[in-house]
Design a protein around this ligand. Structure first.
Ligand SMILES: CC/C=C\C/C=C\CCC/C=C/CC(=O)SCCNC(=O)CCNC(=O)[C@H](O)C(C)(C)COP(=O)(O)OP(=O)(O)OC[C@H]1O[C@@H](n2cnc3c(N)ncnc32)[C@H](O)[C@@H]1OP(=O)(O)O
Length: 288
């Protein structure tokens, strides 16, 4: 009898360890992401690719896997944020675009497209808590969320024309849907980065927060309003609002990817990327 009790206790201990280990596995399985569930079944997805959350293929494919997982596990909402109090994300990784084989650029671009489709079309409500600068690809990630809360004194926008390539059509559409045709045209053709205050004025973000903690309070307020809304009704309404863009990328995605790959591979664009990277390094050297 004594042996049986001991055995059962040991088995229970083992099982409980296994369960908590599995719970930790989901949050610890990623190299560049931390995923935590709060008490309301909201997933807090934190990008943690130091120093500036540059979006390489690996970080993007981790975000893509998490989105699939959150869909399957029926989470109640998601907050996308950054570990850094200075940068949300510095956009696509130049190191995978500069002097890279077309296959490398293709993987990068098709992975961000996969993320755009999953994030923009997600059934659960999504909020971007933007704790720092969000240029280019960083801005795109936040635009795919339903609500954007940004901390004071940073910059956000799509500056891709400055790198010598045009903004892909569906990304233009994301901007138009958010800030309207006129503002989007002015911003995209000049590669304008908006300060937090300007971004609020133009509707690129929804709220300003004084710091990370207050941004999270605001994100909770946004998500809490959906507790009384039947999820299926919410999801279908969101789908109706977003269908046109989602249909377009699902039909034409491959063409957009190939167009983008050949744009980036052009010698002139490669030159501009090299100059841009050198400029970043010089700025850093001069500020040290
Ligand atoms: C349907 C459509 C189909 C396909 C297309 C889909 C989507 C397209 C999406 C839209 C297009 C996106 C293109 C891009 O995103 S290109 C990237 C553009 N990014 C930028 O212009 C921002 C560049 N970075 C900065 O301005 C600053 O780094 C930043 C203000 C973010 C932070 O400044 P801070 O002073 O804090 O840090 P830095 O010293 O500048 O940076 C630290 C180190 O990180 C390196 N770095 C920064 N950004 C990048 C990057 N994007 N790629 C690679 N490396 C980067 C920087 O050089 C520093 O390196 P070290 O000197 O430390 O070695």
């Amino acid at each position: 009898m004594y042996r049986y009790v001991c055995k059962t206790m040991l088995r229970r201990l083992f099982l409980s360890k296994k369960v908590s280990y599995q719970a930790r596995l989901f949050s610890g399985n990623f190299r560049y992401l931390e995923v935590l569930n709060n008490e309301n079944n909201v997933a807090i997805v934190t990008m943690k690719r130091a120093p500036v959350n540059t979006l390489n293929s690996e970080l993007l494919s981790e975000i893509s896997s998490v989105l699939t997982n959150l869909d399957e596990t029926k989470c109640s909402g998601m907050v996308l944020t950054s570990f850094s109090d200075k940068v949300f994300s510095s956009g696509l990784d130049f190191n995978e675009m500069y002097e890279s084989r077309p296959a490398t650029i293709r993987t990068l671009v098709s992975t961000i497209l996969e993320v755009i489709i999953k994030l923009y079309g997600s059934p659960f409500p999504t909020v971007a808590v933007i704790t720092g600068h969000a240029p280019s690809g960083g801005c795109v990630l936040s635009l795919c969320c339903e609500y954007r809360i940004m901390v004071q004194n940073f910059q956000i926008g799509l500056n891709v024309v400055k790198l010598g390539y045009s903004t892909p059509l569906s990304i233009v559409q994301l901007m138009v849907n958010t800030i309207g045709h006129r503002n989007a045209e002015l911003a995209l053709t000049s590669g304008r980065l908006f300060t937090t205050n300007e971004a609020l004025r133009v509707g690129l973000i929804d709220e300003i927060a004084k710091d990370r903690a207050s941004a999270f309070d605001k994100a909770n307020d946004f998500l809490n309003q959906f507790k009384v809304i039947p999820p299926i009704a919410r999801h279908f309404t969101k789908q109706s609002m977003r269908r046109a863009l989602l249909q377009d990328v699902s039909i034409n995605g491959k063409i957009y990817v190939e167009d983008f790959v050949s744009l980036i591979s052009r010698p002139k664009v490669q030159e501009l990327i090299a100059a841009y990277m050198a400029n970043m390094k010089n700025k850093k050297k001069n500020s040290n």
